[in-house]
Design a protein around this ligand. Sequence first.
Ligand code: ATP
Length: 417
Amino acid sequence: MESFGGEQGIYENVDILDPEPDTYKPTELPEREDELSRIHSALRPITLGGSPRNILVYGPTGQGKTVGVNLKTEQLLQWAAGEDDITLTVLRVSCKGAGKSWNVLADLVKKVREVRYNKTVEKPRGPTKVELFEMLSKDLQAIGGMVIIVLDEIDGIQEDSYVLYELPRASIEKVSIGVIGITNDYQFHENLDADIRSSLGSREVVFSPYDANQLRDILARRAAHALRDTYFEDGIKDSQHLQSEVLSGDVIPLCAALAGQDTGDARQAIHLLSTACDLALDDGREAVEEVHVRNAREEIQEETIGKGIRGETTQRKIALLTVLEADLAGETPEGTTQLYRRYKRLTKLVGTDTYQQGTFREKLNDLVHGNILEGDRHGRGRGRGMTNLYSLAVDPTLVIDKVGEDARLSEITEQLE
Ligand SMILES: Nc1ncnc2c1ncn2[C@@H]1O[C@H](COP(=O)(O)OP(=O)(O)OP(=O)(O)O)[C@@H](O)[C@H]1O
C-alpha cells in the first residue's frame, strides 16, 4: 500500500506547479514585456499626479492577463507606499458567474469598505444597483486619492452592462479612478457596446497566444522553482539553460509543443507538466520521462471530455447513445436516417420526447462541435446530395461511464456494457 510522506522525490515546492494564479504569482513575465509596458504607460499618469487611463485587456485563456495586471498593479502599489503624498487603492473583483452588474457592485462595495474600515465587512444585500453605485462613490470619496478597479472576467456580466458603462466614466470628487477590464471571450469583446468600448477600452491591450518556444521558457522557470535539483546554468533563465536531475531532456519541449499546438495556453502547459510529475511520483520514479507526459495528456483529455459529456442535455446524451450503439455493433460511421431509427427506439425506452429528424441532426452536430463525435460529409451518389456520417471521437467506455451516471439513461448503458 502507498504511504504518505517521504515521497517528495521530484518536488521542492509542489504548490508552484499549481496553475491557479492565487497559489503562485510569478514575479517576472518576460514574454509579456510589450503588453506590460502598454499597461504601464496607461497607469503612469498616476506617478505624474494625473489620472490613470481605463484599460481593456483581451486575449484567450491562460495568456497571463490576470497575473500580468496583478504584477503591474503590485509594482504601482509598491511605488505608492514609498511616496508620502500618494494614496493608492487597488480593488480587484472577479466577475465570473456574476450575471448582473448588481453582484459586481455589491462585491466592490464590500471590498472598498474593508479597505476603509480595515476589517471584514458583509456584502450588502438590500440596495438597488444605483444605490450601490452611490455607496461605492461615497466610500471611495472617503478614502480619496487614486483608485484602480480591476474587473477580471467581465464577460461574466451577462444581463446588463450598467457597471461597465458607469464605472469607467464615473466622476467622483477628490478621487481619480482607472478601471481595468479583462476578458477572454472573443464574442463578448466584439459585441461590447460602442460607448463602453470607447470609455473602458480607451487603451486596449491584446495578449496573443504563446508559441511553443515561449511556453518552454515559462515551464522552465516554473520547474526551476518547483522541482528538486533543477536550476539555470549561468543564471540565464531560458529553457536551453535549464539543468535538471529530475526532468528528462524532452519533457519540457514536449509539454510546450503539445500545449502550443492546441491553444498556446500557459495554464494548460503547466497543468500538463504537473500531472506528468504526479504520474512519475505515482510510479515511484526519481525522474519524469516522456511517457509520463503522454499519459498525463491522455488523463487530462479524458477528464475534460468526461466533464463535457456529463454536462450535456438528456437529448444530446441520447443522440450520443445512438452513435455508441452503432459503434458497438460495428456499424459506424452511420448516417442520420439509420441513427434516427435508433433514436426513436431509445427515446421511447427512456420515456422522453422524440424530436423531428432535423432537430435530432442538430443534436448530433452539436456533439461534433464539442469534439465528442466525428462528422463526415459524404455524397449519396450521383445527384442525390450529401449526407453526414457520424462516428465516436472518444473512447466508447468513457461514453458508457459518463452517460451511465445519468439515472434515466443507465438502463440503456448497462445493456451496452
Ligand atoms: N509569461 C508567463 N510566465 C509565467 N507564468 C505564466 C505566464 N503567463 C501565464 N502564466 C501562468 O499561467 C497561468 C494562467 O495565467 P493567467 O491566469 O494570468 O491567465 P489569463 O490570461 O488571465 O487566463 P483566463 O482568461 O483564463 O483568466 C498562471 O498560473 C500563470 O502564473
